[in-house]
Design a protein around this ligand. Structure first.
Ligand SMILES: [Zn+2]
Length: 466
């Protein structure tokens, strides 16, 4: 340790760091012996022993890239990590979505010497919106990527306003470069009056049916409160918008994506990082499924371009990308089973759009839990646009499971699914056996706490099938 210790007193600080690192390592080792994931607990142990540890580690970083926002954080980090990471430039990152303080410490600890010195000086971390202000107080990010600001887990955060206030704290430091979604008015508002801001968006998405009922939180001018006028919706509140009184409009995009005409096509990118430069054009493999994931891809590409990575390097990196657990992840090939996290109406509706685009007969299964990490209040199920999805889904067999499986079954019935087509499975571990014999492809949509268990169970089923 070169400067003052994390406890203020040098010697005390050193002892506290050594104890914290050793205890956390022992915890991680024990968890692995038990076959458990070590994404949060080691950090929790370390922070108990040395509350100043995270600041001590973050301040050693040369590059500190943070990805936050309501939806798409984990996918964006996985995409960006695939692009940035290389033998010459290793990046520390938190895969698996452990994005609270203890998760960040757990991600940094494997690269921390017993002395408390970090072995790598670049980190790419997914940070929960509510955790962001505390992190920024310890160390301002060099680059902050905000994916979107959608209604999310209202019983955890209160209102969208609170999430927005947390995100504003993230860009308060003028040295932080912001990468934000131009098509999302709440997200775009973070860059108002601010230098070092780069916007991404989709230039020519298919016009979404404006008549479709969706949660469109935030579609109001933040200055005068007037409802924003849209000339185009992509999904949720994303699109081309302006305040009728002229206070606010969708900012110019520095990086704009154009969707290919066919599934096999590539994503066209037009880029103008500074006003004086001509527009650059290149295209990239579309390594993700679903329109909402195209936003995540554009967020990652914009961040990589701002960090100086060439289009060729980005393309090579995307070849290493693997979908994280439960982000439209194919958990089984035969029969084809795709697992996706759902946690709020806008995100779930976007996932349904992607499923709908797979125009074959299919099986759909919802696994809805209401533990703390899922959000206790499941009223959001009623805001998912199932009314549009059900008639287009080409699904004859519907499964519901989880602690709130019966609520989901009721919701589906109200959306027009025949009650005889819905089966509620009482036990989570019976889900894979049932759905894998119902006709492929199978789409499993799950809330957070069941996600990893389901991923593991399908892996076991897959093993049996082989
Ligand atoms: Zn206005």
């Amino acid at each position: 340790m070169t400067s003052r210790g994390p406890m203020g007193n040098d010697r005390m600080g050193k002892v506290c760091v050594i104890l914290a690192v050793l205890s956390a390592r022992a915890t991680a080792f024990a968890l692995r012996l038990l076959g458990r994931r070590a994404t949060s607990m080691p950090g929790l142990v370390a922070l108990r022993l040395c509350p100043g540890l995270l600041g001590h580690l973050l301040r050693q970083l040369d590059a500190f890239v943070v990805v936050t926002g309501t939806n798409g954080k984990t996918t964006t980090v996985a995409l960006l990590h695939a692009i940035l990471d290389g033998q010459d430039q290793p990046w520390i990152f938190n895969d698996g979505g452990a994005n609270l303080t203890q998760g960040l410490v757990s991600a940094l600890l494997p690269y921390t010497a017993v002395s408390g010195a970090l072995r790598h000086r670049r980190a790419l971390l997914e940070v929960d919106e509510a955790t962001l202000p505390g992190i920024v107080r310890l160390r301002a990010p060099t680059l902050l990527v905000v994916t979107n600001v959608l209604r999310d887990q209202l019983d955890r955060y209160g209102e969208v306003d609170h999430a927005l206030a947390c995100l504003r704290a993230g860009v308060r430091d003028a040295s932080t470069t912001l990468v934000a979604n131009a098509d999302d008015p709440l997200c775009a508002s973070l860059g108002l009056g601010r230098d070092l801001t780069y916007y991404f968006g989709i230039a020519d998405a298919p016009q979404d049916g404006v008549a479709r009922s969706e949660a469109r939180d935030g579609a109001f001018c933040l200055q005068c409160g007037a409802e924003l006028e849209y000339t185009r919706f992509v999904f949720a509140q994303m699109g081309d918008y302006r305040c009728p009184a002229g206070h606010f409009a969708r900012p110019e995009r520095h990086v704009a994506g154009s969707l290919p005409a066919s599934d096999a096509g590539r994503l066209g990118v037009s880029e103008r990082l500074s006003g004086s430069r001509p527009v650059d054009r290149f295209d990239l493999p579309l390594t993700v499924a679903g329109l909402y994931n195209v936003y995540n891809l554009l967020a990652a590409v914009t961040a990589a371009r701002v960090l100086g990575y060439s289009p060729a390097r980005i393309e090579r990196g995307l070849g290493f990308y693997r979908a994280p657990t439960g982000r439209m992840q194919t958990v089984c090939e035969t029969p084809r089973v795709v697992l996706s996290l759902i946690k709020n109406p806008a995100g779930a509706t976007a996932v349904l759009r992607a499923i709908e685009a797979d125009a074959v007969d299919k099986t759909v299964c919802f696994v809805i839990n209401d533990a703390d990490a899922d959000g206790r209040d499941v009223s959001w199920l009623w805001d998912i646009d199932l009314e549009s999805f059900v008639p287009r889904a080409k699904c004859a067999v519907w499964w519901c499971a989880g602690t709130r499986g019966p609520d989901m079954a009721l919701r589906l019935a109200y959306a027009g699914v025949e009650r005889s087509a819905i089966t509620v499975v009482a036990q989570l571990d019976l889900v894979p056996g049932h759905v894998m014999h119902s006709g492929e492809p199978v789409y499993v949509l799950s809330t957070y706490t069941a996600l990893h268990a389901l991923s593991d169970m399908f892996a076991v089923q897959r093993g049996r099938a082989v």
